[in-house]
Design a protein around this ligand. Structure first.
Ligand code: SF4
Ligand code: ZN
Length: 296
C-alpha cells in the first residue's frame, strides 16, 4: 500500500477514482469534506434547518446520520432521526436495535414509527408488490411525520449507485419526471416536506469504508425481500473497469436543466399530496389494512 497522500503515514485504502491512497484518519476527513463540499455547491442544507434523518439501519443511512452529526456545527442545523418498523419479520427488529445503538453512539434523538399503526405490515402484502408498497409506505409516513412535527427537511441516504440505477431504469422506460425525485435537494411544496440527499455523490463502496473505519454498526444482511437487480451488477462491472464512472454520470445528470414538473393534487381520502384522486398509500391501506377503511 502506498503512503497516505495527505499525511505521509502508511496508507489504508487506495481510491482508484481519485488516484490517491489515504490512511484511516485522512479518509474520514476526506470523505466528510467531500460531503460538505456537495452540501455547499448544491445548496443542500440551509443554516438553522431542522433535519429528520430517515434511518433504516443499512450502511448508507448510518453514514448519513454520522456525517450530518459531524457537520451539524458547521451548518448550524438541528438533527433528529426516525426509524420506521415495517414489520419485515426479524429483520425489522434487528434493524431497529442497530438504529438505537447508532443514535446512542452519535447522541441523536430517535423516533420509532410503525407501519402496523395503519393496519398492515409488509408481511401482509402480495410478494410481487412488496417493494413498491414498502417504498410508498416509507415515503408517506416520513413526509407526514416530518410535517406534523415541524421538520424543515427529510434527509435520506441515497448514494450515487442508487441514482445511476434509477436513471438507467427510468431512461429505459422513457420516464423523465423521475429526476425531480432524485435531485440533491427537492424543495417542498404545500404538504410535501423538502427532501435532501447529501450522499448523492458518494458511492456505496465509499460509504462502506466510512462505516468500517469509524466502527459504526449497520445491518449487513439484506431484507429477505430484496433482489439484486441486473442494473446494479452492470454498474459494478463498469465501475470496476472505469473507476469514477458512477460519480461522473451523477454529476452530469444534475448539471442539465430538468423541465418535467410533477403535478400534484390532494388525496380524496387522507388529504396528503398525490398525482391521482386517491393516493397510492390509501389504496394499499384499503387493500391490505385490517382496520375499517373504505374499500376502493
Ligand atoms: Fe422494503 Fe425490503 Fe423491498 Fe427494501 S427490499 S423495499 S426494505 S421490502
Ligand atoms: Zn391518501
Amino acid at each position: 500500500m502506498k503512503k497516505c497522500r495527505i499525511c505521509g503515514r502508511e496508507g489504508f485504502v487506495t481510491l482508484r477514482a481519485y488516484r490517491i491512497s489515504l490512511c484511516k484518519d485522512c479518509y474520514i476527513s476526506f470523505f466528510e469534506r467531500q460531503v460538505e463540499r456537495s452540501i455547499k455547491k448544491y445548496n443542500i442544507i440551509k443554516e438553522g434547518e431542522k433535519i429528520l434523518v430517515a434511518l433504516s439501519g443499512g450502511k448508507d443511512s448510518v453514514v448519513l446520520a454520522s456525517v450530518l452529526k459531524s457537520l451539524s456545527n458547521t451548518f448550524k442545523f438541528n438533527l433528529q432521526a426516525v426509524f420506521i418498523d415495517l414489520g419485515v419479520k426479524d429483520f425489522s427488529k434487528r434493524s431497529e436495535e442497530i438504529c438505537k445503538d447508532v443514535c446512542k453512539k452519535l447522541g441523536i434523538d430517535l423516533h420509532i414509527l410503525k407501519l402496523a399503526d395503519y393496519g398492515f405490515t409488509i408481511q401482509d402484502v402480495h410478494i410481487k408488490k412488496v417493494c413498491s408498497v414498502c417504498g410508498n409506505a416509507r415515503r408517506y409516513i416520513l413526509n407526514k411525520f416530518a410535517r406534523e412535527n415541524g421538520f424543515d427537511v427529510v434527509a435520506t441516504g441515497h448514494n450515487a449507485d442508487d441514482i445511476v440505477v434509477n436513471f438507467l431504469k427510468n431512461w429505459a422506460s422513457g420516464n423523465k419526471a423521475w429526476i425531480e425525485k432524485q435531485l440533491p435537494r427537492t424543495e417542498g411544496m404545500d404538504k410535501i416536506v423538502t427532501r435532501i440527499r447529501p450522499l448523492f455523490l458518494r458511492t456505496g463502496e465509499e460509504n462502506r469504508l466510512y462505516t468500517k473505519i469509524k466502527g459504526l454498526p449497520f445491518i449487513s444482511e439484506k431484507c429477505p425481500y430484496s433482489k439484486r437487480y441486473k442494473w446494479e451488477t452492470i454498474i459494478d462491472e463498469i465501475e470496476d473497469k472505469m473507476p469514477g464512472f458512477t460519480q461522473n454520470v451523477v454529476r452530469n445528470l444534475f448539471t442539465e436543466k430538468h423541465e418535467d414538473k410533477i403535478e400534484y393534487r390532494y388525496c380524496s381520502i387522507c388529504g396528503e399530496m398525490t398525482t391521482s384522486d386517491v393516493c397510492q398509500f390509501c389504496r394499499n391501506v384499503a387493500r391490505y389494512g385490517k382496520f375499517n377503511h373504505k374499500k376502493l
